[in-house]
Ligand binder design. Structure first.
Ligand code: ACO
Length: 357
């Protein structure tokens, strides 16, 4: 069986820089609180109504294609990971296909809804297609326009200060060197804690899961079903019951457990150890989480790429942006062993081990 390799990567972040000090002007927070808890100093926000999750993904994809030596029209299959799609449906896969002008061929487009681990899940799916010889140029793209869906009042501060906009893309191709490319991918989930980090309204749940869990949360649904008022009720609009929620400390505890587990699992599958690793690209959830993982794996500072300070948490885009930055900075070289790892909403977590080149 073939191996697949990343033949080209690219990223795009919007021009507008939003510093912690800018958020201090609109909500009750401080630069000290944000930096101390998360490491974040600034993030990027896209131009509303002009840039979208899809347009940012297209920008990153054009760079990845050029570096892979292909044109967007050569892409065989699209896998798009995001939690902030342009539309509820259809997904961004077909929108980026149109945006890139890949309309002469009816290529497949798949949307992945795995939040922070979305890019690694998408990469794993692409890997299966390439290794089996099904496709030769698979686009794997993660993109997020978080700034369109955050609560900028003090009520939403625990979530809002963390997230930023951006996109990262990779072109997966068959590797002509059996020693290079993706060595292992590991994917996990546990839906027990689905609501601990979630964006549940609007939706078709009608409060079902909360009632089943015996939880009291008032989600803005009328007690008696009223046709036309179930998906999105006037109360949700009036009371702002349509923002993401996060139990930060619970997420933190799970993340610091699952990140190392899934990294060790991928290393073990490839018959390697953390001493063999050249670069770890963790999902940029929180600088404290990445530092904990670094310590657990016994890695030096220059073996872990952190850019959350400048971009915040860009969810499905964070790994390809960080991977691309590290590569552009010359920190990932031919033959290096690179591990991508993510944990997030679901909960879902995943890793991918690659021999670069
Ligand atoms: N500014 C100022 N104060 C704040 C802010 C803010 N932006 N947000 C919350 N606070 C306050 C709270 O109201 C609380 O006040 P209180 O003590 O008076 O009640 C206090 O700060 C402490 O709140 P906690 O939520 O307990 O703060 P914690 O130390 O846990 O830090 C954080 C919060 C940064 C979210 C942390 O829990 C964390 O890193 N969790 C991991 C979750 C994560 O990384 N999420 C990223 C997205 S998910 C992912 O990518 C995996």
């Amino acid at each position: 069986m073939l191996r697949s390799k990343i033949a080209g990567i690219g990223y795009y972040v919007p021009e507008r820089v939003v510093k912690n000090g800018d958020l201090v002007q609109i909500m009750d927070t401080t630069d000290e609180w944000i930096q101390e808890r998360t490491g974040i100093q600034e993030r990027r926000y896209g131009r509303k109504h002009e840039e979208t999750t899809t347009t940012m993904a297209a920008a990153a994809t054009r760079i990845a294609c050029e570096r892979a030596g292909i044109r967007p029209e050569d892409i065989d299959f699209i896998i798009f990971a995001t939690l902030s799609p342009d539309y509820y449906f259809p997904g961004c896969g077909v929108l980026v296909q149109r945006e890139l002008g890949i309309t002469h061929r009816e290529v497949g487009a798949l949307d992945v809804r795995n939040q922070c681990s979305g890019f690694v899940y998408a990469l794993s799916v692409a890997d299966q297609f390439v290794r089996t010889g099904t496709y030769k140029n698979v686009l794997v793209v993660g993109s997020e326009m978080h700034s369109m869906g955050l609560d900028f009042s003090t009520r939403g501060r625990n979530v809002t200060v963390i997230f930023g906009d951006g996109a990262g893309a990779a072109i997966l191709q068959p590797s002509d060197n059996p020693e290079r490319g993706i060595l292992a991918t590991k994917l996990h989930s546990d839906g027990t804690y689905a609501e601990k980090l979630a964006f549940i309204n609007p939706g078709c749940h009608g409060g079902y899961h909360m009632r089943k869990l015996g939880e009291e949360a008032d989600l803005g649904y009328p007690p008696v079903e009223t046709p036309g008022e179930i998906f999105f009720t006037p109360r949700m609009l009036q009371e702002g019951l349509y923002y993401p929620n996060m139990e930060g400390q619970f997420v933190f505890k799970m993340a610091v457990q699952k990140f190392p587990e899934v990294i060790f699992e991928a290393l073990q599958a490839a018959g390697l150890t953390s001493a063999d690793l050249d670069m770890l690209i963790p999902h940029q959830a929180n600088l404290r989480i990445s530092q904990f993982v670094q310590k657990k794996l016994g890695l030096r500072d220059d073996q872990v790429w952190n850019n959350i300070q400048r971009f915040g948490n860009t969810t499905a885009a964070s790994i390809p942006i960080a991977l691309c930055e590290a590569w552009e900075a010359g920190k990932i070289k031919d033959g290096d062993l690179v591990c991508l790892a993510a944990f997030g909403s679901g909960f879902t977590w995943a890793s991918a081990l690659l021999r670069w080149g």
